[in-house]
Write a protein that binds this ligand. Structure first.
Ligand SMILES: Cc1cc2nc3c(=O)[nH]c(=O)nc-3n(C[C@H](O)[C@H](O)[C@H](O)COP(=O)(O)OP(=O)(O)OC[C@H]3O[C@@H](n4cnc5c(N)ncnc54)[C@H](O)[C@@H]3O)c2cc1C
Length: 456
């Protein structure tokens, strides 16, 4: 649990005023997080009954399932991110503040943020997750996470800079390190990243860097369990592995863990060492637990909630999406941390808050599982649908693209993304491989080291 210190330089009065949120005389719902879950709460509320205050550390919503395409030069960041103010610009009772929430004071019904204190009548925690390094500090310092847009952009620059450096290097070992990529975690993100890097190797980079021998470029996918996509069917796992190995030249290593990394060599649990200057960490996430809710029960970094998404121990505080753990008969360990769960919980809570304020009984939450999909690369994806329907290949890939377009926030984002995909498909190209802000990896690592040292 990371506890963020509140700066002493604010007086309590200043902190309160800094947010400039007027009191409009209606019950105030404060929503922390404008992700999949938080947005749905607002969309499903009766806005005339409430004042809604949304707080997010970013001023945009991120469509995380497509982050890997930003990292591999397939899409620009504004295709997968949309400004939160814009989404609700027609709602007069909606107030947005770009603020990082640091703690909650349930006795006073306030949340403490880096711009001041905000009072609530009802609080919705929808903060999602952060990367889980399982306590390995050296990996946290040196690996590339894939949770936020700036992280995806850093990775994009780093990959492209590696190739720029490789063409000028006279040291074959250095070239090998620069053009070898190790992805840790064989879930959907790892598989999608491996496929996208494979596509870059096959279709795009050889045209940009004819001086380099691309047989030397290697993409490793390392997974601790015995199969890829462990949350999907055996069929999907086998098909994804086959596609990655046969069509995208990925070197898949199962039942293998990364033990150590020094920025140059990746040491694996099977004794092998892979020279690489890029380690991408897609091996897990954990809920963001905010300090202050002393009565709440937290289980494996998720707030335990009842069937109405209410944080156990509090009447007016709710948690939804990735950060919530609701145990049901079908999901005794909580629901999967995926977008459809967050969307459905947000929808149900929005409606329930309206029922609550009108003195009606709330409805309990039931998850409707529409199935799971993962894309492997061009023309290839795997899908597990209800009633044990499984399919893969081109049809699965088309379905995957269609569903992602439907769920992308904003009409503009949908059009730009579709345009990019059509362009990439027919030209075998990636239009966005620009190094706009060069990423200084070594400098970033030493900055991260200092932050981590302070936390100890
Ligand atoms: C790389 C990647 C790929 C994924 N691919 C898929 C996929 O293909 N299919 C799928 O279904 N799911 C996928 N997921 C999971 C899916 O994105 C999550 O399940 C979903 O985003 C959860 O929604 P949420 O609203 O709970 O949290 P999020 O969408 O993460 O939103 C949380 C929000 O809270 C804000 N926040 C966090 N902390 C604070 C704070 N202290 N103060 C203020 N604001 C804060 C964040 O900025 C963010 O906007 C993927 C996730 C990742 C990281």
């Amino acid at each position: 649990m990371s506890v963020i210190e509140i700066s002493e330089e604010y007086t309590s009065k200043d902190r309160h005023l800094a947010t400039h949120i007027p009191d409009i005389g209606k019950p105030r719902i404060v929503i922390i997080g404008g992700g999949f879950a938080g947005i749905q709460v607002v969309k499903n509320l009766s806005m005339k009954d409430f004042q809604v205050v949304m707080l997010d550390r970013h001023n945009y919503h991120t469509f995380q399932p497509l982050l890997y395409q930003v990292a591999t030069a397939g899409l620009e960041p504004d295709s997968i991110a949309g400004p939160l103010r814009k989404i609700f610009d027609e709602e007069e009772n909606f107030f947005f503040r770009m603020a990082a929430v640091e703690s909650i004071s349930p006795e006073e019904n306030t949340v403490n943020t880096d711009i001041g204190r905000v009072r609530y009548d009802y609080l919705v925690i929808a903060v999602g997750t952060q990367t889980n390094y399982f306590g390995n500090k050296s990996i946290e310092e040196l690996a590339f996470p894939m949770k936020q847009v700036p992280q995806a952009l850093n990775l994009r620059s780093h990959i492209l800079q590696n190739f720029e450096k490789a063409v000028t290097s006279e040291d074959p070992e250095e070239v090998n390190r620069l053009t070898s990529f190790v992805i840790v975690g064989g879930g959907p993100t790892g598989v999608e990243l491996a496929g996208a890097l494979g596509e870059l190797k096959k279709y795009v980079l050889p045209r940009d860097y004819p001086e380099l021998d691309f047989r030397q470029m290697k993409v490793y996918l390392v997974e601790g369990l015995e199969r890829l996509l462990p949350s999907m069917s055996q069929y999907a796992s086998k098909q994804a592995r086959k596609d990655l190995e046969q069509h995208f030249d990925t070197i898949v290593k199962l039942k293998t863990m990364v033990k150590e990394y020094d920025g140059y060599q990746v040491h694996l649990s099977n004794g092998e060492t892979i020279p690489s200057e890029t380690l991408i960490w897609a091996a897990g996430v954990k809920g963001i637990i905010l300090p202050g809710l002393e009565k709440a029960k937290v289980d494996r970094s998720r707030y335990v909630v009842d069937e109405f998404s209410r944080v156990v121990g509090y009447d007016n505080i709710f948690a939804i999406g990735d950060v919530a753990k609701m145990s049901t008969k079908e999901y005794p360990d909580g629901h999967p941390q995926v977008a459809p769960v967050a969307i459905q919980q947000g929808t149900r809570l929005g409606k329930n808050l309206t029922r609550l304020i009108r003195g009606r009984e709330m409805w309990h939450f039931t998850y409707f599982n529409k199935g799971y999909m993962a894309t492997v690369g061009r023309n290839r994806a795997v899908a597990d649908l209800p009633f044990k329907i499984k399919f893969s290949g081109f049809l699965a890939w088309l379905s995957w693209m269609f569903i992602h377009l439907v769920y992308l926030i904003g009409f503009r984002q949908k059009i730009v993304t579709l345009g990019n995909w059509i362009w990439n498909y027919f030209t075998y190209d990636r239009g966005t491989r620009l190094i706009i802000r060069p990423f200084n990896y070594r400098k970033a690592v030493s900055a991260k080291k200092k932050v981590l040292e302070k936390q100890v």
